[in-house]
Ligand binder design. Structure first.
Ligand code: NOJ
Length: 536
């Protein structure tokens, strides 16, 4: 039985600038999200996570916060947020905020004070040094140290110079950060996504990172980040944060763990705490980094399950505001995208969807001159920037695609006809209806949500097959990740003399039809979910 809502939840990530504009300025806002809550409820998701909506000069589009307790006017007001929480709760949807606690904006009053002098109250809120103390680079370009003419010292920033890193070794910072969390917890927020939470503590002696041999466009990628991330003390801080949030009932922390490709599930899992005493959930991005192949996906998923263990909760995610949209990664192949969705929504744990994923919405095409993202601006053409995956939602095919009555801040994906919610609602076989059916099935089936997952061997390596089970109640998922029809058998189930009753299929096979695990025939890029029936 489910005890904590997050252990089997589906969270829908919203990039607020691009979801729904309510005032015609071309930028999405909170009142816009409220207008779309009925749609979100109809998807049967459990929670929404909003990328940052706090006051910000928007150097990194809200990931540079200048006041954690004020809503940026571009998104609305505190009153709008309270209304959103209230209206979402009425529909059984929880609301998660994105908390960027590794750094603030350069315009945050803490930094403004800190840079005034070397002995003010906030002087140690950030990490200052008389000289450039090490070889660290910033993820968004250049050295991680910028000179401040006021203090005549350098301050550390892991991202843009406009995003100075907080000094989490200072207990006053920890206290101040917890106060920001409390502000929203007291107002009824259900939890937080924590930005790059494995970066909060840096090496006390600020030692040099070891270099990597080779050549990559970004100097940041030429080092092993062992002294500017994942320091042992970060676990202590997260234990404190967990204790703090557990004073409130049923609130959840999900952490972003910054790692390089191809991902590092054991590291991500370490942030759940050996005794479940750190984050409730954290992201492992291995799947989002892995090529579409049965063998590879199996390897990646097994590794993540093993890292997390039976008693902790894995999260599953295919894309987000920093990663190409799944359909674009699959070169527009909708059949593959459906299989990916089927894989995602039949895993144990917490599932994270990215707005528009349910429509098969592709990346927008953004020319260099129309680019907003600082990462893209700096590293184009090596990095296309993150604007393409942040394109606006397509609600209908009218002017502004139902997103805005004004001019959208960012280009829409082409072919609104195909991707609009309105059109896909009318078409029974659309991507949207497919997602709806899968989401509904997951909601009603405890085994799909919480059953243990065991990967099973099949006679064909292009088939990805796994069993989910709660005691004798078993499901079998079979995904053909190749283009060709395959007939395969599942030796383990033959031994047990099981039959397979179809619950859900991508290829229109009738539910309840019975098949034998001796010979499952399944078309290219098709998938099935079976209920296993014991014949003995
Ligand atoms: C990770 C966020 O997901 C990304 O969008 C942001 O630019 C960096 N952290 C810096 O806050």
């Amino acid at each position: 039985m489910t005890t904590n809502w997050w252990q089997d939840c589906v969270v829908y990530q919203i990039y607020p600038r691009s979801f729904q504009d309510s005032n015609g300025d071309g930028i999405g806002d909170i009142l816009g999200i409220i207008q779309r809550l009925d749609y979100l409820q109809s998807l049967m998701i459990d929670a929404i996570w909003l990328s940052p909506i706090f006051l910000s000069p928007m150097a990194d589009f809200g990931y540079d916060v200048s006041d954690y307790c004020t809503v940026d006017p571009v998104f609305g007001t505190e009153e709008d947020v309270l209304l959103l929480i209230n209206e979402a709760h009425k529909r059984n949807i929880r609301v998660l905020f994105d908390m960027v606690l590794n750094h603030t904006s350069i315009e945050h009053p803490w930094f403004i004070e800190s840079r005034q002098s070397r002995d003010n109250e906030k002087s140690n809120f950030y990490i200052w040094s008389d000289t450039i103390p090490n070889n660290w680079y910033a993820a968004f370009g250049g050295r991680a140290w910028t000179y401040d003419t006021n203090r005549k010292q350098y301050y550390l920033h892991s991202f843009l110079p406009q995003q100075p890193d907080l000094n989490w070794r200072n207990p006053k910072v920890v206290e101040a950060v917890f106060e920001q969390l409390a502000f929203w917890l007291d107002k009824g927020i259900d939890g937080f996504r924590l930005d790059v939470i494995n970066c909060i503590i840096k090496d006390e002696a600020l030692r040099n990172n070891p270099k990597i041999i080779g050549s990559r466009p970004r100097p940041y990628d030429m080092q092993r980040h062992i002294f500017d991330r994942n320091r042992p003390e970060s676990h202590q801080k997260l234990k404190m944060m967990r204790k703090f949030i557990d004073k409130y009932d049923q609130r959840m922390l999900v952490g972003e763990i910054l790692v390089e490709m191809p991902g590092e599930p054991e590291l991500a899992a370490s942030y759940l705490g050996l005794h479940h005493d750190e984050l409730h959930l954290c992201f492992d991005f291995s799947l989002a980094y892995t090529r579409f192949s049965a063998a590879r996906w199996k390897k990646v998923a097994k590794r993540w399950y093993e890292a997390v263990g039976k008693h902790r909760v894995p999260t599953w995610v295919l894309n987000n505001h920093d990663l190409p949209r799944i359909i674009s990664r699959l070169h527009g192949n909708e059949e593959k995208a459906r299989l990916a969705a089927m894989f995602l929504l039949t895993q144990r744990g917490a599932i994270f969807l990215y707005y528009g994923e349910e429509l098969g919405l592709p990346n927008s095409k953004i020319s260099r001159s129309a680019m907003h993202d600082p990462l893209g601006k700096r590293y184009w053409p090596f990095h296309p920037g993150r604007d393409p995956e942040r394109g606006p939602m397509i609600w209908n095919t009218g002017e502004g695609n139902g997103f805005t009555t004004g001019e959208s801040w960012l280009a829409f994906a082409n072919a609104a006809n195909r991707y609009s919610v309105e059109n896909q609602e009318l078409e029974t076989e659309s991507m949207l209806q497919f997602y709806r059916r899968l989401l509904a099935l997951r909601k009603e089936d405890e085994v799909l949500r919480n059953g243990l997952c065991t990967f099973v061997d099949t006679t064909n390596t292009h088939i990805l097959a796994y069993c989910r089970e709660i005691e004798a109640d078993q499901r079998l998922i079979v995904l053909n990740m190749s283009a060709k029809q395959i007939t395969c058998s599942i030796p383990m189930l033959q031994v047990k003399d099981m039959q397979c009753e179809i619950m859900f299929a991508t290829d229109g096979v009738r539910p309840e039809q019975i098949e034998s695990p001796h010979a499952i025939t399944i078309g290219g890029y098709q998938g099935r979910i079976y209920r296993l029936v014991d014949n003995r």
